[in-house]
Design a protein around this ligand. Structure first.
Ligand SMILES: NC(=O)c1ccc[n+]([C@@H]2O[C@H](COP(=O)([O-])OP(=O)(O)OC[C@H]3O[C@@H](n4cnc5c(N)ncnc54)[C@H](OP(=O)(O)O)[C@@H]3O)[C@@H](O)[C@H]2O)c1
Length: 240
């Protein structure tokens, strides 16, 4: 039996393409009542609306714009599951002359964005005893030089998720930290890992499977699962 989405309303950030779009479409195909597609430009969700009708509602949400996050939280009080998926990646070695600037730029979206999202949506999720899901990366556990700055933002987000797991549990909210490996999206092309990438729907399926269980930490795709297997003993002792 797969996780029952029929009475569930979901919000996904970065919903217009890549993994976010795959999550929206998979969840709708599995019977979700409604999906709020969090997007920076409302017209980028048009294709989703044309395909799925009014079960998709576009919501303006830019992780760099605190007011948009607050307004989105007010407009989506009925949400059961929030999936903070949006992130940015820039290839950059730690010795690159722009490393510090790129760290700041990516941290603003990938780390500060998570903090803003968790704070804004916790009250909504508390009233529904809902779930907050952060899309992290297997790069939070290991990385190559060329994306170590991005990976460091994902490692920071992962540690914040560990803190959120504890805090949100007091409010009856479940926290999930999802760590995909290479998935076929624009980001994978930019990171030059598209040759080993899997379909982005893999992440959606792995989230659905995880929602049935009780774990916090989820590795998605074959590359990430290998990392997860090596990490399992530590995770069992200290994380889960
Ligand atoms: N693809 C992979 O191999 C892979 C592997 C591990 C983890 N991940 C993680 O999976 C998630 C999705 O990645 P992806 O591959 O689908 O990326 P993607 O194809 O580059 O799509 C990124 C999405 O994030 C949105 N976004 C960017 N900046 C934003 C901001 N400031 N506020 C709100 N939305 C913003 C983009 O919107 P616009 O269209 O408006 O730019 C787009 O919808 C990310 O957290 C990424 O780190 C990806």
């Amino acid at each position: 039996m797969s996780y029952d989405l029929t009475d569930k309303t979901i919000l996904v950030t970065g919903a217009n393409r890549g993994i976010g779009k795959a999550i929206v479409e998979t969840f709708l195909e599995r019977g979700a009542r409604k999906v709020y597609a969090g997007v920076r430009k409302l017209d980028s969700a048009l294709a989703l609306f044309e395909r799925h009708g009014d079960r998709v509602q576009a919501v303006h949400l830019d992780l760099l714009d605190l007011a948009s996050i607050g307004a989105a939280a007010i407009a989506t009080k009925d949400v059961d599951i929030v999936i903070n998926n949006a992130a940015i990646l820039e290839n950059c070695s730690p010795l690159d002359e722009h490393a510090v600037d790129l760290w700041r730029e990516q941290s603003q979206v990938n780390v500060e964005g998570l903090l803003h999202m968790a704070r804004a949506f916790a009250p909504n999720l508390q009233s529904k005893r809902g779930t907050f899901i952060q899309i992290n990366s297997s790069a939070a556990m290991r990385c190559s030089a060329r994306f170590s700055i991005y990976a460091a933002t994902k490692a920071a987000a992962y540690l914040i998720c560990q803190g959120l797991k504890e805090e949100l549990a007091h409010a009856g909210i479940r926290m999930l930290s999802i760590h995909p490996g290479p998935m076929r999206t624009d980001m994978a092309v930019k990171a030059k890992i598209d040759d080993m990438a899997e379909p982005p729907e893999t992440v959606a399926e792995d989230i659905l499977q995880a929602l049935e269980g009780e774990q916090f930490l989820v590795f998605s795709g074959s590359v990430a699962r290998a990392v997860g297997e090596a990490y399992a003993e530590f995770a069992k002792a200290y994380i889960e």
